[in-house]
Design a protein. Structure first.
Length: 418
C-alpha cells in the first residue's frame, strides 16, 4: 500500500487540476464572477438575444445539422443550463434582436420579423414579415448585423465587399478607386423603419458611411445614439512591403469604436486610424506613406483597440447584477484575428470599457478570457485550433451576460455572485 500512496496523491492532484480547469466553463473572470456553459454544440452561433422571461435566441451563420438557423433555448428547470432547445428557418446570417414580442433576424440580404406569444415561442416560423429585402452581400463582409432604437427604427450594417476599395481587390499595387463606388450601397449603416414591410434601399437612409465592416453595434440609451465597432483593413505589409514591416502589418490599423449620428463619415477607405500615432493616416492606396494624415472631416474613434482582433459583438450593460463600475459600460466580444502572421494571433476575449453619461470613462480592460482554450502564456498560431471564438453578446433579465461562440457553437452565461 505504501507504494500506491504516491500514485494516489498524483491522481488526486490531476483530478483537482481538471476540476479547476472545468470551473467557470474554462473562462478567466474578475473576482466574484462565475460562468456556466448554458448550451453547447448548437451550431455556428453568431448574435444572440434574450427575452424578458429569459428565453435565449441564437442566429446561426449556417443552418445546423438539423437544417435550422434560428435556435430557441430555454432553461425550463432554472439550473443555469438550457434544457429546452428547438429551432426553425434555414437561412444563414448573423443578426438577431428582440424588442418586446418582436423578434428580428437577418439573412445576408434581408431583415425578417417574427412574432412571439406569451410563452416567448415563435408564432410564425415559416411566414415571417420581410422588413427589408435586397441588401448587397457579395464575397466578403456580407453579414447584416442589426440593432433598434427607442422609436422602432432598425439600423443595419452593410459591410463593404472590399478590403480597401482597390481597382483589383486585395492585389498588390492596385490603386484605390476615387471616389469609392462601393459607398453608395455598402460600407456603412442604413436606417429603416422596423414596422414597414418590403423596404429596399430607397425606403431607408444611409445613416453613416465610411465604415469598412461593422459586426458589433448597439444603441446607447444614455446618450440616445448608435455605437459601432469597425473591423479595420488588412494586409498593409503584404501589399506595401516598402512602407510597412511585419510588426506594423500586425499592429495596424486599430479596431475602432464610433459614436454615430446621421450623416457621419468614418473615413474608410481613404484613411485608417493608427493607434501609435493616434491619428487618421492616409491609406497607401490613395497616396499615403504611413505618415501622411488624412480625413479632416472624418470621425475620430471614441475608443480604439489593438489591430485585427475582430470586434463582433457590442453591448451596453444596463443591468443591476454586476458591480456599479459595469453599469452602462460597453462589453465587446473580440472574435480573434487570423491575419497577424508571422506574429501570434490576438483577441479571443470579451473586453469592457467603462462609460459615464454616455461617454467612455477610463481605460478598456479584458473582462473574460480563456475562450481559445490555450494554456496560460500560450499564443494562438493556428485559428482552427482554438476552442471558442466570442461573437455575440446579450443581457439576461436578471443582469447576467450571455456570450455566443461560433466555432464550437457554445453559449456562456456569466453571472456575479453578490
Amino acid at each position: 500500500m505504501k507504494n500506491l500512496k504516491p500514485i494516489f496523491l498524483f491522481v488526486v492532484v490531476i483530478l483537482a487540476l481538471n476540476l479547476n480547469a472545468q470551473s467557470n466553463a474554462g473562462l478567466k473572470l474578475p473576482e466574484g464572477f462565475k460562468a456556466t456553459l448554458f448550451a453547447d454544440t448548437i451550431g455556428s452561433a453568431r448574435h444572440i438575444a434574450v427575452t424578458k422571461s429569459g428565453v435565449v435566441f441564437a442566429k446561426l451563420m449556417y443552418p445546423n445539422k438539423a437544417g435550422k438557423s434560428i435556435i430557441r433555448l430555454e432553461d425550463a428547470n432554472k439550473d443555469g443550463i438550457a434544457d429546452k432547445i428547438n429551432g426553425w428557418a434555414n437561412y444563414g446570417g448573423t443578426g438577431i434582436f428582440v424588442k418586446g414580442k418582436d423578434l428580428y433576424a437577418t439573412s445576408d440580404n434581408d431583415v425578417y420579423l417574427y412574432q412571439l406569444n406569451d410563452n416567448d415561442e415563435v408564432v410564425n416560423p415559416s411566414s415571417p414579415k420581410t422588413i427589408v429585402k435586397g441588401l448587397i452581400a457579395k464575397n466578403q463582409h456580407a453579414s447584416k448585423s442589426i440593432t433598434l432604437d427607442g422609436d422602432n427604427n432598425v439600423y443595419v450594417n452593410i459591410g463593404a465587399y472590399s478590403n480597401a476599395c482597390q481597382e483589383k481587390d486585395r492585389t498588390a499595387g492596385s490603386k484605390g478607386m476615387m471616389p469609392c463606388p462601393i459607398l453608395d450601397s455598402a460600407g456603412g449603416i442604413w436606417k429603416f423603419s422596423g414596422t414597414k414591410e418590403n423596404q429596399v434601399y430607397g425606403d431607408g437612409k444611409r445613416y453613416a458611411t465610411g465604415l469598412r465592416n461593422v459586426v458589433g453595434l448597439d444603441w446607447n440609451t444614455q446618450s440616445n445614439s448608435l455605437f459601432v465597432m469597425q473591423h479595420g483593413r488588412d494586409q498593409l505589409n503584404s501589399f506595401y512591403p516598402t512602407l510597412y514591416n511585419d510588426a506594423q502589418n500586425a499592429e495596424l490599423p486599430a479596431e475602432t469604436m464610433y459614436e454615430l449620428h446621421e450623416g457621419d463619415n468614418a473615413g474608410w477607405p481613404y484613411v485608417y486610424f493608427d493607434p501609435y500615432q493616434k491619428k487618421k493616416i492616409l491609406a497607401p492606396e490613395y497616396g499615403g506613406d504611413g505618415k501622411k494624415e488624412g480625413g479632416e472631416n472624418a470621425l475620430n474613434p471614441t475608443v480604439f483597440f489593438p489591430a485585427h482582433m475582430a470586434p463582433n459583438g457590442l453591448l451596453f450593460y444596463t443591468g443591476d447584477q454586476f458591480p456599479a463600475k459595469y453599469k452602462n459600460g460597453a462589453f465587446i466580444a473580440f472574435h480573434g484575428s487570423w491575419n497577424r502572421a508571422p506574429l501570434p494571433q490576438e483577441g479571443y476575449f470579451v473586453a469592457f470599457v467603462p462609460f459615464k453619461n454616455g461617454k467612455p470613462n477610463g481605460e478598456w480592460e479584458i473582462f473574460a478570457n480563456g475562450f481559445s482554450g490555450l494554456a496560460d502564456g500560450e499564443k494562438v498560431t493556428n485559428v482552427r485550433k482554438v476552442k471558442s471564438r466570442p461573437c455575440g453578446l446579450a443581457q439576461g433579465p436578471d443582469g447576467s451576460l450571455y456570450v455566443s461562440d461560433d466555432a464550437r457553437g457554445s453559449i456562456f452565461k456569466i453571472s456575479y455572485a453578490k
